[in-house]
Ligand binder design. Structure first.
Ligand SMILES: Nc1ncnc2c1ncn2[C@@H]1O[C@H](COP(=O)(O)OP(=O)(O)OP(=O)(O)O)[C@@H](O)[C@H]1O
Ligand code: SF4
Ligand SMILES: [Mg+2]
Length: 368
């Protein structure tokens, strides 16, 4: 049995109200999302800014209530949990964010920050708590003597280690990592990713890993789900998806990852057409305004996510007839403004870029 099973999750937010408070428009932030995740595995959620990744994360943790759908965790129906059930679930599933500084109380020492969840959930008797804090700090590669310091005395990477230690304090089974390394310097990112991998191996943790950075995702994920405007358009094992993406949207995104070898061939697929909004997503396939393979059917009929029998699922009417991803001839001759916009959006927008956000999509390789 999977640790986490998500089925048909829907969340629409009111985007605009009339003077009398009547909803005039909705953002279809999450619109029929299903996936499952096994113990000890990592599922990466990828997609452009605003496609619904963080909303899925918040729904899975029941920080917000869905409009429809089901979430089962360790066999329990999360949506029917009472206050006690929810409290114990909160121990089992944790979240870490892009900016650990914002989530660490600046007036508390690291020791106090780590003791708080131990006391709240009554996990360790009071006399043993400082020993447990030392263990947690060692687990994330920090010296126990640092427990006396305040968050502002640490670097960004160290603060993310503290946030990870705090998440681990309650011995969770699942950690949702929402852009955990995008605000960190490139040199620090791999240290945090390695730490997350080591902890997963040692403690059998499952991760949902939200990231704009496909190079990072490639490094850490077992499975990938590609989202577009509130829906999963493709999901598969990471190796399979990176080797041969099937959905035209995934192909375009993956074509923008730099190829490490200097003489390796790679070209970007240039998407034309306007990026639609989640407020009024287009009918039929939500990617049809930008898809190079669009046919009439795509404009009216929504494609369902269909699996191929070995766990690779794609939501595209034309999956069986599209050329294999290696056979695609990208349009060369510079990047269209639309693609630049797509890449900028997917790379985290100006905010992530300022914080040292993802460069992998921005730095486009050229065909030698
Ligand atoms: N509380 C809210 N009220 C109204 N709209 C919301 C709310 N939360 C999210 N949205 C909207 O829902 C959509 C999905 O947002 P979400 O934060 O899940 O995207 P995301 O994929 O995490 O984006 P990013 O990569 O920028 O973090 C966006 O259009 C966003 O503006
Ligand atoms: S369903 Fe049509 S528009 Fe959508 S991705 Fe497939 S070919 Fe493109
Ligand atoms: Mg987000």
């Amino acid at each position: 049995m999977a640790l986490l099973e998500v089925e048909g999750l829907v969340k629409h937010f009111v985007a605009e109200r009339s003077l009398f408070g009547r909803a005039l428009a909705h953002v279809k932030a999450v619109d029929g999302v299903s996936f499952s995740l096994d113990t000890g595995k990592t599922l990466a959620l990828v997609g452009e800014s605003g496609c619904g990744k963080s909303t899925v994360s918040r729904l899975v943790l029941r920080l917000i209530e869905p409009d429809a759908g089901a979430v089962r965790f360790d066999g329990r129906d999360l949506l029917s949990l009472d206050a006690n059930g929810l409290r114990s679930f909160r121990r089992e599933a944790q979240i870490i964010f892009q900016d650990p500084y914002a989530s660490l109380n600046p007036r508390m020492t690291v020791g106090q920050i780590l003791t708080e969840p131990l006391a709240l959930h009554d996990l360790v008797p009071a006399p043993r708590r400082s020993e447990r804090v030392s263990e947690l700090l060692r687990l994330v590669g920090l010296e126990p003597r640092l427990a006396r310091r305040y968050p502002h005395e640490f670097s960004g990477g160290q603060r993310q280690r503290i946030a990870i230690a705090r998440a681990l304090a309650v011995e969770p089974k699942l950690i949702i990592c929402d852009e955990p390394v995008s605000a960190l310097d490139v040199s620090i990112r791999s240290q945090i990713l390695n730490l997350l991998s080591e902890l997963q191996d040692r403690l059998g943790l499952a991760y949902i890993f939200v990231s704009h950075d496909l190079a990072v995702v490639k490094h850490i994920a077992d499975y990938v789900a590609v989202m577009n405007l509130g829906q999963i358009v493709e999901t598969a094992e990471a190796d399979t998806l990176f080797a041969a993406p099937r959905h035209p949207y995934s192909r375009a995104l993956l074509s923008a990852i730099p190829v490490p070898k200097p003489r390796a061939k790679s070209s970007r697929i240039v998407l034309q057409g306007e990026i639609p909004s989640a407020i009024n997503p287009p009918p039929g396939c939500r990617f049809h305004t930008r898809c190079p393979y669009v046919v009439d059917r795509c404009r009216s009929e929504m494609p369902w996510l269909v699996a191929d029998g070995i766990g690779h699922a794609t939501a595209c009417h034309r999956t069986p007839e599209l050329p294999s991803s290696e056979a695609i001839v990208p349009m060369d001759g510079g990047f269209s403004p639309v693609l630049e916009k797509l890449v900028a959006a997917f790379s985290g927008g100006p905010e992530a870029a300022r914080g040292g956000g993802v460069r992998s999509l921005g730095a486009a390789p050229t065909t030698p």
